[in-house]
Ligand binder design. Structure first.
Ligand SMILES: [Zn+2]
Ligand SMILES: [Zn+2]
Ligand SMILES: [Zn+2]
Length: 115
């Protein structure tokens, strides 16, 4: 006898389980900032609110609450997809492509999806 297969069937854990960690996080590195400043803001004599580090190349840029949004500009310029906060006490990361927030308190290898 023939069983009809549903198109694209076999998505076993599509729901109810852990949200999948995206491919960008798998390639992200646990980089540490060399300096806790936004160099691009310093160059133009501006200030920033919070700092983010690029997990592809280690670029430090300022957040979207800052006037110049250098972290996001870095993503648009380079397509480096992942950042994390380097604010004291903050350990979340963010994928610009998938718009997923991760808990990186135990590093990128043990990341959890926050939503
Ligand atoms: Zn991603
Ligand atoms: Zn900046
Ligand atoms: Zn980068």
């Amino acid at each position: 006898m023939h069983w009809s297969k549903e198109p694209g069937g076999g998505a076993a854990n599509a729901q109810g389980g852990d949200v999948e960690i995206c491919e960008h996080l798998r390639e992200a590195k646990d980089l540490q900032p060399s300096e806790r400043v936004c160099e691009e803001c310093i160059k133009i004599g501006d200030s920033w609110v919070h700092l983010r580090i690029c997990l592809t190349c280690g670029h430090v840029g300022c957040c979207d609450a800052s006037k110049n949004k250098h972290a996001t500009k870095h993503f648009h310029r380079t397509q480096h997809p992942m950042i994390r906060s380097i604010e004291p006490g903050e350990s979340w990361g963010w994928c610009y492509v998938d718009e997923i927030t991760y808990d990186l308190s135990r590093g990128t290898q043990h990341a959890r999806v926050l939503g």
